[in-house]
Design a protein around this ligand. Structure first.
Ligand code: SAM
Length: 247
C-alpha cells in the first residue's frame, strides 16, 4: 500500500482506494480473513479484516512481521525505452528478481516515439505494474519507476550510483562476472550500495554513447558472447549480480 493509504493506529489498519476494491470485489475477501499489509517501505503486518466496504476496508493488527525479502545491494535498471509493451515486462520481471529502481531513458537509437503528453499516465501505469509485481513477489518495498530521462540526464544521474555498468555487446575486455567480483573485492557491493545497470535499445548503443558513458564514470561490460534482446539483457545483468552477491 502506498503510505497515504496506510493509516494506522497501533491496533488497526484502514485500506482504501484500489487496494480496498481489489480485496473486497476482486478477491472477495470476507470479515475474519487474514491478509498481510505492507506500507511499501518498512513495515509489514498480519491483519484480520473487520469490515469490508467497496471504498474502505478496516482490519485489526494480529502480528508485526519481520520478513525481509529485499536485496542488500540496490540495483537500478536504466533501460533505453524499448518498443511495444517490453518496458512493462522489464519492470514486472525486474521487480520480481529484486531491482530497486527503474530509470527509463532515451538514447540515439531509441525507436519508440516519445510523447511527453502521455508521459505521466505511462509512468503511473508502470508504477502500478511495479507495485503488483512487488506484492506478488512478497517484497517489502515497491521499486520506484522514474520519469523518462534524456541521455544527458542519465549521465548526470549515474554519478549518484556507487557503480554504473553499461551493457555493451561489442565489449570484449570486460565480462560482467569479473566486474562483479572486482567490485565485491573492493567492498563496493555491500548493503545499501547503489549499482546502476544500463541497457540499450533494440538497435544498441552507438560507439559515441559508450565513450560518453565511460567519460561519465560508467564501465562497459559484456553479458557474454550471445546478443540478447533488450528486454533480456537487464534480467541477465540483475540475476548475475544477485547470484554473485548471494541474494
Ligand atoms: N543491435 C545490436 C546488434 O544487433 O548487435 C544489439 C542490441 S541488443 C538487442 C540491445 C541491448 O542489450 C544492447 O544495447 C546492450 O545494452 C544489451 N545487450 C545485449 N546483448 C548483450 C551482450 N552480449 N553483452 C552486453 N550487452 C548486451
Amino acid at each position: 500500500l502506498p503510505p497515504e493509504q496506510f493509516h494506522q493506529t497501533t491496533q488497526t489498519v484502514t485500506i482504501e482506494g484500489d487496494d480496498a476494491h481489489h480485496l473486497a470485489r476482486v478477491m472477495r475477501a470476507e470479515v475474519g480473513d487474514k491478509v498481510i499489509c505492507s506500507n511499501g517501505i518498512d513495515r509489514e503486518v498480519l491483519v484480520r479484516l473487520t469490515e469490508l466496504d467497496k471504498g474502505c476496508v478496516t482490519a485489526e493488527i494480529v502480528e508485526e512481521l519481520s520478513m525481509d525479502a529485499e536485496a542488500a545491494v540496490q540495483v537500478w535498471i536504466a533501460q533505453s525505452l524499448p518498443k511495444g509493451d517490453k518496458m512493462e515486462t522489464i519492470i514486472q520481471k525486474g521487480t520480481e528478481i529484486g531491482a530497486a529502481r527503474f530509470l527509463p531513458f532515451l538514447s540515439e537509437r531509441t525507436i519508440v516515439q516519445y510523447d511527453a503528453k502521455k508521459e505521466a499516465k505511462r509512468t503511473e501505469r508502470w508504477q502500478k505494474i511495479a507495485k503488483e509485481a512487488a506484492e506478488q513477489a512478497h517484497r517489502n518495498r515497491v521499486p520506484q519507476v522514474e520519469s523518462v530521462y534524456t541521455w544527458k540526464q542519465l549521465m548526470q544521474r549515474a554519478k549518484e550510483a556507487d557503480i554504473a555498468w553499461i551493457c555493451y555487446e561489442k565489449e570484449d575486455g570486460q565480462q560482467l562476472k569479473p566486474a562483479i567480483q572486482q567490485a565485491q573485492a573492493a567492498g563496493q557491493l555491500t548493503a545499501g550500495k547503489q549499482v546502476l545497470i544500463a541497457v540499450g535499445p533494440e538497435g544498441g548503443f552507438t560507439e559515441q554513447e559508450i565513450a560518453q558513458a565511460e567519460a561519465a564514470g560508467f564501465r562497459s561490460v559484456s553479458l557474454g558472447a550471445r546478443i540478447l534482446r533488450t528486454e533480456t539483457a537487464a534480467m541477465v545483468g540483475l540475476t548475475c549480480l544477485f547470484y554473485e552477491t548471494g541474494e
